[in-house]
Design a protein around this ligand. Structure first.
Ligand code: BV8
Length: 253
C-alpha cells in the first residue's frame, strides 16, 4: 500500500472541490510512450522536428507518419488502473475536474467525464486549409505523394493537437485555470511539468489555498514547490489513494 500523508487523506476526505492534472506518465503503463523519459518519443526525434506547425509544413510526410504511428499505439492501448481510479475518484466529488495534457483517449475510455483536454486529441484530425474534420475515410485520402489530404479542398490533414507555439483550444486553459483556483486538493499526476501553460496549474492551485500533491515515479522540476510528493507508478498509487479515502466519503454522483 502506498504511503500518503495524513494531511492528504484528511484533505481529500473533507474536500468538495478536487482537480487533477495528468501528463504522459499516467498512460505509460498502458504502453503509450512518454515524451521525455528514457526511450520516450523525444529521445529519437526532437520536438522541434515534429510537434510544431512549421515542421509539419516542411516535412508533412514525417509528421503525418509520426502521428499515424502514435494513433495506432493509442487505438490498441487500454486504460490502466490509474485511469480507472481517476474515473472512480470523480464519482466521490460534486466538483471534480480532470485536466489532461495527454492527447490519447484513455481517460474518456476509462469512464472519466469532466475532462479538459489542454492539448487536443490525437484521434481527431482536420484540414489545415478549410478546417473540415478529416476523421472519416471519405473526408481524407492519400494523394499521389502519399500525403493525407482533404477530399473537399485537397488541403493537408493535421492532427487536432496543440503544437509548440500554438494557442490552446478556446476555453480549455480558462476552464483548467478556474478549476485550479477553486480546488481544495490538486493532484499533479505523471507530468514532468515542463510545458506551459499546463505546468503552471499546480502553482496556481497552491497560491489559491489548495493542498497540492505530485504523484510520479520521480520528482518533477516543480516538486520542491508542492506540499507532498508521492513516488510510485500511477497505476498503483492512484488505486491505493482511492482505496484510502472512499470508505470515508459517501458517493457524490
Ligand atoms: C502556448 C503536442 C501560447 C501534442 C506538446 C516560445 C514561443 C511560444 C511558446 C513558448 C515559447 N517558450 C515557451 C513557450 C511555451 C511552450 C512551452 O511550454 N515550451 C516548453 C518546452 C518550455 N508552450 C507552448 O508552446 C504551448 N502553447 O504557450 O501558447 C503562446 C502561443 C504563441 C506564442 C506565445 C505563447 C503549447 C504546449 C503544447 C505543446 N504540445 N505536444 C502531442 O504531439 O502530444 S508538448 C508534450 O509535452 C505533450 O503535449 C505533453 O502533454 C506535454 C507535457 O509532457 P508530459 O505529459 O509531462 O510528459 P513527459 O514525457 O515530459 O513526462 C512524463 C512524466 O511522467 C515524467 O515526470 C515521468 O517521471 C512520469 N512518469 C513516467 N512513468 C510514470 C510516470 N508517472 C507516474 N507513473 C508512471 N508509470
Amino acid at each position: 500500500m502506498t504511503a500518503f500523508s495524513d494531511t492528504l487523506i484528511e484533505r481529500l476526505v473533507a474536500a468538495d472541490r478536487v482537480s487533477v492534472l495528468t501528463g504522459a506518465g499516467i498512460s505509460a503503463e498502458s504502453g503509450v510512450p512518454t515524451f521525455r523519459d528514457p526511450g520516450g518519443l523525444w529521445e529519437k526525434m526532437r520536438p522541434e522536428e515534429l510537434a510544431n506547425f512549421s515542421a509539419f509544413l516542411s516535412n508533412p510526410t514525417l509528421v503525418q507518419g509520426w502521428y499515424a504511428h502514435r494513433r495506432h499505439i493509442v487505438e490498441v492501448a487500454q486504460p490502466n488502473a490509474g485511469h480507472v481510479a481517476l474515473a472512480e475518484l470523480e464519482t466521490l466529488y460534486h466538483d471534480f475536474t480532470l485536466v489532461t495534457q495527454n492527447v490519447d483517449d484513455l481517460h474518456r475510455r476509462a469512464g472519466s467525464r469532466n475532462i479538459v483536454e489542454l492539448h487536443g486529441n490525437i484521434m481527431r484530425n482536420y484540414c489545415v486549409d478549410c478546417g473540415q474534420p478529416a476523421d472519416e475515410p471519405n473526408l481524407a485520402s492519400p494523394d499521389e505523394r502519399g500525403l493525407i489530404v482533404c477530399t473537399e479542398c485537397s488541403g493537408l490533414v493535421r492532427p487536432d493537437v496543440v503544437w509548440f507555439g500554438e494557442m490552446l483550444p478556446l476555453g480549455a486553459f480558462e476552464a483548467a485555470d478556474a478549476a485550479a483556483r477553486r480546488a481544495e486538493v490538486f493532484l499533479s499526476v505523471g507530468t514532468s511539468a515542463i510545458v506551459y501553460p499546463a505546468a503552471g496549474l499546480p502553482g496556481t492551485a497552491k497560491i489559491h489555498g489548495a493542498f497540492v500533491a505530485e504523484l510520479n515515479i520521480r520528482e518533477s522540476v516543480i516538486a520542491d514547490d508542492l506540499h507532498e510528493v508521492v513516488l510510485g507508478p500511477a497505476a498503483t498509487v492512484l488505486p491505493d489513494l482511492v482505496r484510502a479515502i472512499k470508505d470515508k466519503r459517501p458517493p457524490a454522483k
